[in-house]
Design a protein. Sequence first.
Length: 86
Amino acid sequence: MEIREMNRKAVLVLEEWDPFTIGSEGYETQIADVIIQLGVIDHPSDLAKEIQSIYKTSFEKWIPLERCVDISYKLIALKYEAKHII
């Protein structure tokens, strides 16, 4: 899988996630920010903290870290698949 394909799949995962149940169209900026972080962060816990911060800054609502960890593991798995690590 190429990086472009990984990013496309990551966008779909994040759109499906919809943590505030506002519909996938409501997260374009946050999804773009998470994709950038996915490119530089390799550890699920670190990515989860970034995800939590990105969404908190934008929506002024707190997502429990456990929910962010769940989604970060899915995203990191896509990254590892793209890099042929798994």
